[in-house]
Ligand binder design. Structure first.
Ligand SMILES: C[S@@+](CC[C@H](N)C(=O)[O-])C[C@H]1O[C@@H](n2cnc3c(N)ncnc32)[C@H](O)[C@@H]1O
Length: 318
């Protein structure tokens, strides 16, 4: 879920609204989101690694950013358009001739799906969307992120999601796979260039990474929505987890805890039990970003002055 819902201005008592700085932070955030749009598009998409074959002129880049922004607003998507713009900048680096699809795990009403489908249309890629279409699963014991009362939260039917993507995105780019990740993802086949995971629970993240990582191309990306929660990001830094499942060192995660810089102000830390993404102490800050890793990254610390330096290179691949 996109973070950043501060309490509304109207929640404040009238006496406080009259006093001093009487500006609604949520309104300012929306305003900043809008006026910073051209700057975000310029800075995120001014990336020389974008492959020339996609013909991404500045006009096309701005048109893409504007479309993502509009979809995000219209659908009140759980994922920021800024995050999808970053994903676009990475996906468009792969040469058109390279085989591979984009995968989304966890689509809710299809907000990010619609945005990603537009990017996939430019990149001429298929988007495979995995979800239960029944909301969150039952809490699994030991899952730090799971709450028993949240079972079924974010439920949207496949029919509803398909209709949303038809209306706002490029539904012809999408293949929907219904079911629990532990049942559907082992059946995935085909190289993956980029996977976007917005699945909330630790068990769901575990299922996604164990099943999809082997299909990632050597420089394939995994984007994460829950980048604010350090212990959740911990999967990408866990030596034990990566040794156990893939006989390699952890890849690390760019943006862990705060997200990559995409023109919003978020200092952190994230408060698990406060308001999502924002807090009473920092009402002006918003976390509308993403975190990501790549298959060939290494997040391994190998410097031990007493016993000798170890290689930080990943061991599961050349
Ligand atoms: C926060 S929502 C996704 C929001 C969406 N990315 C957006 O931008 O609006 C989380 C989604 O993950 C799905 N999900 C979580 N764990 C799952 C599992 N184990 N199997 C299938 N779907 C799961 C839920 O059904 C839900 O749609």
């Amino acid at each position: 879920m996109e973070a950043g819902s501060a309490g509304s201005w109207t929640d404040l008592p009238k006496s406080r609204r009259r006093r001093g700085f009487s500006i609604d932070p949520a309104r300012v955030a929306r305003w900043l989101d809008t006026i910073s749009l051209p700057f975000v598009i310029f800075f995120v998409l001014s990336d020389r690694a974008i492959h020339p074959a996609y013909g991404m002129s500045w006009y096309r880049k701005f048109r893409l950013g504007w479309r993502l922004f509009r979809i995000n607003r219209a659908m009140r998507a759980g994922t920021s358009w800024r995050a999808v713009l970053v994903m676009a900048s990475k996906l468009l680096q792969f040469p058109p001739g390279q085989r591979g699809v984009v995968v989304e795990c966890g689509c809710w009403r299809g907000g990010a799906t619609a945005m990603l489908s537009v990017v996939c249309d430019i990149a001429d890629r298929q988007l495979i969307v995995y979800d239960s279409f029944e909301g969150l699963p039952e809490a699994c014991p030991g899952d730090e992120m799971a709450v028993p009362s949240a079972t079924g939260l974010f439920r949207a039917s496949l029919l509803e999601v398909r209709a949303n993507v038809r209306k706002y995105g490029e539904v012809n780019r999408c293949t929907f796979v219904k079911g629990w990740f532990e049942d559907t993802l082992p059946g995935h086949e085909g190289e993956i260039l980029l996977a976007y995971l917005d699945v909330d629970y630790q068990k769901s993240l575990h299922d996604c990474v164990t099943n999809l990582w082997p299909w990632l191309v050597d420089t394939g990306y995994v984007f994460l929505d829950e980048y604010l929660v350090l212990s959740y990001c911990g999967l990408f830094w866990s030596e034990r987890w990566w040794q156990t499942h893939f006989d390699r060192q952890p890849p690390g995660l760019i943006g862990a805890g705060t997200g990559v810089g995409v023109g919003q102000f978020w200092v952190g830390p994230y408060q698990r039990h406060g308001r999502i993404g924002s807090s009473a102490q920092r009402p002006w800050q918003r976390a509308h970003s993403t975190g990501y890793t790549r298959k060939d990254f290494s997040g391994y610390w190998g410097f031990y002055p007493d016993t000798g330096t170890e290689s930080g290179q990943v061991s599961g691949q050349k």
